[in-house]
Design a protein around this ligand. Structure first.
Ligand code: FMN
Ligand code: CDP
Ligand code: MG
Length: 268
């Protein structure tokens, strides 16, 4: 290891876990820890815990004072910034993916959406996996250029698969459903548009123009190209949000999982 390495370069994941445990025990201020208790937290022996604290001290990530029945430990500024670095990584990991918002204008399509949505082979999957029976049709959104480029990011987002199926005559293609909140232009000014009362009948005018709990449906087989997205929902979105052709909507994508595989407390 290079001698010019930063002071905490000798600390690896084990020391980082110890630093986190100390911080959780109150070490961002000052806390008294025993190596036995810390060892238990870390699933290691007291000796190992002691060694890790020593390394953290040598790396300048904690200050400590050993007393008779344990030691007073506080996380240093450098230690806190190391933890903040980890925190930022996790935020990027879990928050960026829900930041995907695609925008486009409402358009009329070929009038085929209704036919496909109402086929029982799809409908029974919508009921169990999405947890609702969609309004018969798809709201078509012609994406603006920047969103056409970003739509590829959909693949990284947790979504609900609809399986292919067949009747006597033919096979019907699979599709993928991404959870979205549909936000209309007038409500988009607030940017986050994160109104908890979005679907509330009592909410004010602007809040009524946002609808959560819809899905973008991407069929494996489609006549549309990449610039077009189709949205399904339990309600007719044109009525619910007062939409007409040419109006801009934003689709805020939210990771979602199958209704029939969700833990009861995760149910929305
Ligand atoms: C759930 C679903 C399944 C579909 N499956 C097929 C299919 O198997 N074969 C096919 O040619 N198109 C399929 N399509 C796509 C339609 O042909 C068409 O691209 C689109 O839904 C037409 O929408 P529009 O009438 O709103 O313009 C499917 C569409 C949906 C919504
Ligand atoms: N959840 C939904 C689904 C469709 N729709 C609309 O319902 C009508 C029937 O959908 P469709 O997919 O068969 O028709 P087009 O999209 O081809 O025009 C269209 O006007 C859609 O825009 C809606 O308002 N809300
Ligand atoms: Mg449609």
């Amino acid at each position: 290891m290079s001698e010019t390495a930063p002071p905490d370069a000798r600390t690896g994941p084990d020391e980082l876990a110890a630093l986190k445990a100390v911080a959780l025990a109150g070490g961002l201020h000052e806390t008294k820890v025993s190596c036995a208790a810390l060892g238990e937290d870390l699933d290691a022996s007291a000796q190992t815990a002691s060694r890790r604290l020593q390394r953290l001290e040598e790396a300048g990530l904690i200050d400590r004072e050993v007393v008779g029945d344990g030691q007073w430990v506080s996380v240093t500024e450098a230690g806190e910034s190391r933890l903040r670095g980890e925190y930022a990584d996790y935020r990027r990991l879990f928050e960026e993916e829900s930041d995907l918002t695609l925008a486009g204008v409402v358009t009329s399509g070929m009038g085929e959406g209704r036919h496909y949505i109402t086929l029982e082979g799809y409908m029974e999957q919508f009921r169990t996996r999405l947890g609702y029976e969609p309004f018969p049709g798809t709201l078509n959104v012609e994406l603006e250029e920047a969103s056409v480029r970003r739509r590829g990011e959909l693949v990284g987002i947790e979504a609900i698969d609809i399986d292919e199926w067949a009747d006597e005559d033919r096979t019907y293609g699979a599709a993928t459903c991404y959870g979205v909140t549909v936000i209309t232009e007038s409500n988009a000014d607030g940017d986050e548009a994160n109104d908890a009362d979005a679907n509330d009948a009592d909410a004010d005018d602007a809040a009524e123009r946002e609808y959560g709990g819809a899905h973008v449906i991407v069929p494996d087989r489609t006549h549309h190209d990449d610039s077009q997205l189709e949205v399904i929902a339990p309600v007719k979105l044109r009525d619910e949000l007062d939409l007409v052709d040419g109006e801009t909507v934003r689709l805020r994508v939210e990771p979602t999982s199958r209704a029939d595989e969700r833990a009861p407390e995760a149910d929305r």
